[in-house]
Write a protein that binds this ligand. Structure first.
Ligand code: KIV
Ligand code: ZN
Length: 515
């Protein structure tokens, strides 16, 4: 008999804890809608006590999403749990996820609490969370380095206090698959009330084993996996949702469980998260990397043409790589544009918003022959990025001269709070010159932590999507820009990041910074 494996997505919470991946409220709602469409069971929308921005984002997700359970994270503290309860009030189905550390090092060095005190606190927290919802998850932080008998004790107590899901996090990504599977097996065997809750796992990828550890736990009876799109997350990230889901689906001969995920939404979700966070997907990444289904060698190509199964264990279409992705061009009309956008789940709030997007589309179609779904998504991400920051600084024009043997030189005109200003600079290359020219006007005093360019589609007329990560006084923000001209895309990305820097800190505050 096959059990359901619950998929708990924490892209909006643990994923957001990657430096520079913080998302605005609207971006979180967009991703949450995508996760709902994918049939994710539980969406962890954030850590409401962390900041006002995080509270509001969790609330907005809870108020919008109808089909998935919305979860808020809370330490085992009154103020955290009350804040999570408040943020989740509007949800159709809500969960509070409360946690406390259980490993000797965390209890002694971080919490400075005795094991007895930790158990008491856990019981108290679960009972308090139950006052807001009957769906309470309890996590033993750093369970991967905790004593198994202590884990049994605290989990038994958490069930008695009302927890319905027990989460076993490998917080520091220290475990190996066999060992981690064994932990889940022992917990289920040793705890007398283990059948009263669902066992969940939450694995970090420090040794590159997050997915392997999660699957080992599933093989030993875990029935919820916590994961993120593209494996985004703290340090080396969390278990990648797409890999866990496709492993369970592809090897159903070995797993006695199934997920309800609509796998055809995997690639669109991956793209959306990459473009919103500015964390590109490596080409050889399993399932969602550009090369994941590309066969280069002649022997492989020949085999696949004769029988796909010779070299492919899954079909590209099954995870959302569509066979024919060319959708529109210069002659496409407004209605065709609206209907294709609607198929991509992009709706317009007003005719004015549609007209604005259509104008951008026409401008792009003038420069680029074939417009793919990815181009349309980037177009909207760009527009949303600009709107999200209320654009105090706007690019008016940019001219860059770059010639063999000459130093590149850029002249830029921008409006800063409505006032037009022009600046110029030289640089090591055209991008460097353009960014220096912009900074000669705005004097951002930021440090550039990351600059990356990715082509959105193939071909030399592809749009380049640029991500710029800036730091100023410990605050990190990402900016994105897309254009068929990568120097302009770079300028847009830099200006987008600077505009974010100018917003009140709370709008883009990384989680945990208040707590
Ligand atoms: O990694 C971790 O331990 C966590 C917990 C809050 C579940 O993210
Ligand atoms: Zn985590």
């Amino acid at each position: 008999m096959s059990d359901k494996l619950f998929v708990f997505d924490t892209t909006l919470r643990d994923g957001e804890q990657s430096p520079g991946a913080s998302m605005t409220k609207d971006e979180k709602v967009r991703i949450a809608k995508m996760l709902e469409k994918m049939h994710v069971d539980v969406i962890e929308a954030g850590f409401p006590i962390a900041s006002v921005g995080d509270f509001e984002a969790v609330k907005a997700v809870a108020d919008t999403i109808k089909d998935s359970t919305i979860c808020g994270l809370a330490r085992a503290l009154d103020k955290d749990i009350d804040r999570a309860g408040e943020a989740l009030k509007g949800a159709n189905s809500s969960r509070i996820h409360t946690f406390i550390a259980t490993s000797p090092i965390h209890m002694e060095q971080k919490l400075r609490m005795s094991p007895d005190q930790v158990v008491e606190q856990a019981i108290y927290a679960v009972k308090r969370a139950r006052q807001y919802t009957d769906n309470v998850e309890f996590s033993a932080e750093d369970a991967g380095r905790s004593d198994i008998d202590f884990l049994c004790r605290i989990f038994e107590a958490a069930i008695e206090a009302g927890a319905t899901t027990l989460n076993v996090p490998d917080t520091v990504g220290y475990n190996l698959p066999e060992q981690f599977g064994e932990t889940v097996r022992l917990l289920r065997e040793k705890m007398p009330n283990s059948d009263k809750a669902i066992f969940s796992v939450h694995c970090h990828n420090d040794l590159g084993l997050a997915v392997a550890n999660s699957l080992a736990a599933v093989a030993n009876g875990a029935r919820q996996v916590e994961c993120t799109i593209n494996g985004l997350g703290e340090r080396a990230g969390n278990a990648a949702l797409e890999e866990v889901v496709m492993a369970v689906k592809t090897r159903k001969d070995l797993f006695s469980c199934y997920t309800d995920i609509d796998t055809t939404q995997i690639v669109p979700a991956s793209r959306l998260v990459a473009s919103i966070t500015g964390f590109p997907v490596q080409p050889n990444k399993a399932i969602v990397g550009a090369n994941a289904f590309a066969h280069e060698s002649g022997i492989h190509q020949d085999g696949v043409l004769k029988a796909r199964e010779t070299y492919e264990i899954m079909s590209a279409e099954d995870v959302g790589w569509s066979a024919n992705r060319m959708v529109m061009g210069k002659h496409s009309g407004r209605n065709a544009f609206r209907s294709r956008m609607s198929e991509l789940d992009i709706e317009f709030e007003s005719e004015e918003a549609l007209n604005e997007a259509f104008t951008r589309f026409k401008e792009l179609a003038d420069k680029k022959h074939e417009i793919f779904d990815e181009d349309l998504q980037a177009l909207m991400t760009n527009a949303n990025n600009e709107m999200a920051v209320d654009e105090q600084i706007k690019l008016v024009s940019l001219k860059v001269c770059s010639e063999t043997g000459e130093t590149p030189h850029a002249v830029v005109t921008m409006t800063c709070d409505g006032k037009e200003c022009t600046g110029e600079a030289e640089g090591g290359g055209p991008v460097d010159a353009a960014l220096r020219a912009i900074d000669s006007i705005i004097k951002s005093e930021t440090e550039l932590l990351l600059y990356s360019v990715n082509n959105i589609t193939s071909g030399t007329d592809s749009q380049g999507e640029v991500t710029v990560r800036l730091e100023k006084a410990g605050r990190i923000v990402n900016g994105q820009g897309a254009d068929t001209d990568i120097v302009i895309a770079s300028a847009k990305a830099f200006i987008n990041a600077v505009n974010k820097m100018l917003l009140p800190e709370d709008r883009f505050k990384p989680q945990g910074s208040d707590v």
